[in-house]
Design a protein around this ligand. Structure first.
Ligand SMILES: Cc1ncc(C[n+]2csc(CCOP(=O)(O)OP(=O)(O)O)c2C)c(N)n1
Ligand SMILES: [Mg+2]
Length: 339
């Protein structure tokens, strides 16, 4: 049995070997662009937090970008997506405007939720993101409800829900697994196994090591993949989505990945070593994709041009957010209650 819960295991050591059809070069470059955009947006947000420009908790997904981008490319904008409070990468991967995203985290009136939701409540229904959630595991039954609605309406939409390793043992997960399997709901369960639940390594709390085998007890097909290889993520999600659309029910994907930044802005990270992070940096998603692109004939100047363009875009997005007005106090109670 693999010890996928160990932070000493690299994502490339995942157990399931998928037959990966190489994606066209321009598609991979597009993915690289989005992954680099996510990285730079989140690094800028961490810097802004350090400068005291962000109120409230903020969680980044630095090192986990391939999960979001591969999955976004394998789904349609009208599919339903839910995720955790660590959701900037999913929103940006699905097409949220970076300026509106940063403004939201900074609590500005130009944010997509007028500055009232902040980092933990990302939502963008136009691009299929039905909501991030601060309550561990709560977004999973929500997605099952959306899958059930699609099934009852006879639509071919699929629900894709992201959750962490720390969510797996919440009771509601198991209720959802059982019903989703029994009713063959069109849902994809996507575990972003970054090996930590806040400051606690998953090996200290889980009685099983190969997390992906666990949902098989409910009759759910599952696999364990390299979540830091965007092409592998794309292949796995595309397969799972195809099964779901064909009425074959849920699939569970355990994606091995690693959170390179702290659990949240300001995390002192006393619970892990620099050696462990250095090991995991050897297989971080941007580098994996960059190497792949160069191997397949992309020129280094092309990638540098992409990066320079993104850099400009992110600087403009930060400036837009910082120059944006604060929400009007008179609007404090509007859009807050739904009556
Ligand atoms: C129901 C519930 N219990 C506890 C918490 C506190 N909490 C916030 S994040 C977190 C860790 C979750 O870890 P994981 O599911 O692995 O996701 P990750 O943060 O690693 O992405 C916990 C326990 C919460 N938000 N909700
Ligand atoms: Mg985790």
């Amino acid at each position: 049995m693999s010890a996928s819960i160990s932070p000493q295991i690299l994502p490339s050591e995942a157990e399931t070997r998928l037959e990966v059809q190489p994606l066209p070069l321009d598609r991979l470059q597009q993915m690289y662009r989005t992954m680099f955009l996510i990285r730079r947006v989140e690094e800028s947000l961490l810097q802004a937090a350090e400068e005291g420009k962000i109120g409230g908790a903020m969680h980044t997904a630095i090192g986990m970008e391939a999960n979001a981008v591969g999955a976004a490319h394998a789904t349609r904008p009208d599919d339903y997506v839910t995720c955790t409070y660590r959701g900037h990468h999913h929103a940006l991967a699905r097409g949220m405007d970076p300026g509106q995203a940063i403004a939201e985290v900074m609590g500005r009136a130009t944010g997509f939720a007028k500055g009232k939701g902040g980092s933990m409540h990302f939502v963008d229904p136009e691009h299929g993101l039905m909501g991030a959630n601060g309550v561990v595991a709560a977004q999973v039954p929500h997605a099952a409800g959306m899958a059930l609605a699609a099934q009852l309406r006879g639509e071919d939409r699929v629900a894709l829900t992201f959750f962490g390793d720390g969510a797996l043992y919440q009771g509601v997960m198991h209720e959802t697994f059982n019903m989703a399997a029994k009713w063959k709901l069109p849902i994809v369960f996507y575990l972003e196994n970054n090996r930590y639940s806040e400051m606690t390594p998953i090996w200290r709390t889980s009685s099983v090591e190969a997390l992906y085998r666990f949902p098989r007890a409910y009759g759910i097909e599952s696999m364990q993949i390299d979540g830091n290889d965007v092409e592998v993520v794309y292949t796995a999600v595309a397969q799972a989505v195809e099964r779901a659309r064909a009425g074959e029910g849920p699939t569970f994907i355990e994606a091995l990945t690693y959170r390179l930044a702290g659990h949240m802005a300001g995390d002192l990270e006393t619970y892990r070593t620099e050696e462990e992070k250095a090991l995991q940096r050897q297989h971080e998603p941007l580098m994996v994709l960059r190497n792949k692109l160069l191997e397949r004939g992309a020129r280094p100047e092309e990638l540098e041009a992409i990066q320079a363009q993104v850099e400009e875009e992110v600087q403009a997005a930060v400036a837009f957010a910082e120059e944006s007005p604060w929400p009007d106090i008179a609007q404090a109670y509007t859009d807050v209650f739904y009556l």
